[in-house]
Write a protein that binds this ligand. Structure first.
Ligand code: SF4
Length: 355
């Protein structure tokens, strides 16, 4: 089984090998951005393509997706939207596992990403060979993997879940008396375990963005803003979850920002989400939760370095060239489709039963 140290090493070496581009905001003036936006809109139309963007991407890309009939959402909704949309090309602004998920669900469509280099510390920290050995060692467990995994890891699983549905799925399995092997996020796994009381074995992975939020920093900030609510994604450590007014997936946190009575919020998830939170609650104020404190050298600081690799320039470039296409080998795709479809069916049934 991969340890925290192994994961850290894998992530560090991956980040060191990348030439992270400056964001468009640093790079382009407003007139240049506008020219690129118009070009992207025209290319999307000409190529029968639709833009599907994650909440953590640059607001420029989120607004473009909205303006062009695409969608901005969490990974579950991105998967659903891409599946239901008639466009022949899906352009996924996010990280690699999201592009792979789109391809698994839509083998007949072309799936492009602004860059195939954008990955995720959870995916990196759960290599298929180690994970398979972990599963083989516990054959009496139902294998539930988070969406933030490679196609190969999904292919080894019984269920795929996103953070918006993880508690419901594990609760369902626990009700059937099943023991769960969970991967890769240990914090989300611990949260699900605590919430459901399920018998769970946890893989030792973490998100480098959420792992850095600190309960102490949040409480210090709360002293300055005593009326602020605290919104926490459950990929954060337990001590951070413990100080939350609402814990949930990205979509659930956006809904909480709107529904809770607070006028100010401290938000422990990627700050890309502020774009949609501000839309949902235009008169409220959002602050990023502190990460590693004053003088820290954190590499994420409330923003995912891989999500930040999606930019106007590489989006335009991929639409012009058609490169950066996502491929998943057919045998893996067919196997990975089963646990993904199980999640989509479960989610649809849950929606129906809750009206
Ligand atoms: S924010 Fe964390 S979980 Fe999301 S893509 Fe980045 S590293 Fe992965």
């Amino acid at each position: 089984m991969t340890t925290s140290t192994d994961t850290q090493r894998l992530v560090e070496s991956h980040l060191d090998g990348l030439q992270l581009p400056p964001s468009d905001t640093d790079n382009l003036n407003p007139a240049q951005r506008q020219v690129l936006r118009e070009e992207i809109k025209a290319l999307l139309k000409a190529k029968d393509a639709v833009l599907v963007a994650h909440y953590y991407t640059d607001p420029e890309l989120q607004s473009l997706a909205e303006e062009t009939g695409g969608c901005v959402s969490d990974s579950l909704e991105m998967a659903r939207f891409g599946n239901a949309h008639s466009a022949q090309t899906l352009v996924v602004a996010g990280v690699k596992f999201m592009g792979e998920t789109a391809k698994i669900l839509n083998p007949e469509k072309r799936v492009l990403m602004p860059t195939l280099e954008a990955t995720c510390s959870l995916d990196l920290g759960c290599p298929i060979d180690d994970f398979s050995a972990f599963c083989d060692a516990h054959p009496d467990h139902t294998v539930v993997v988070y969406a933030n995994t490679s196609a190969a890891v999904k292919a080894r699983a019984d269920w795929v879940v996103t953070s918006s549905i993880a508690v419901d799925v594990v609760d369902h399995l626990a009700g059937l008396g099943e023991k769960v092997l969970w991967a890769p996020d240990k914090y989300l796994g611990a949260y699900v375990q605590k919430t459901t009381g399920a018998d769970m074995l946890l893989w030792d992975g973490a998100c480098i963005v959420h792992e850095e939020f600190k309960a102490r920093g949040i409480l210090d900030l709360k002293r300055q803003y005593p009326d602020a609510g605290v919104l926490v994604h459950p990929e954060s450590p337990e001590s951070v979850v413990a100080v939350a007014d609402a814990v949930g997936s990205t979509s659930q946190l956006i809904a909480a920002a709107k529904d809770l009575p607070h006028q100010q919020f401290i938000v422990a998830t990627d700050r890309g989400i502020f774009y949609k939170m501000q839309q949902a609650a235009p008169n409220k104020t959002f602050m990023a939760a502190p990460t590693a404190g004053t003088g820290a050298t954190c590499r994420s600081c409330a923003h995912c370095p891989w999500m930040a690799m999606n930019a106007l320039e590489n989006l335009a470039q991929v639409l012009r060239s058609g490169d950066q296409e996502v491929f998943v080998d057919e045998a893996t795709r067919v196997l990975a489709m089963k646990p993904l479809q199980r999640m989509l069916d479960f989610s649809a049934e849950l929606k129906r039963s809750r009206g």
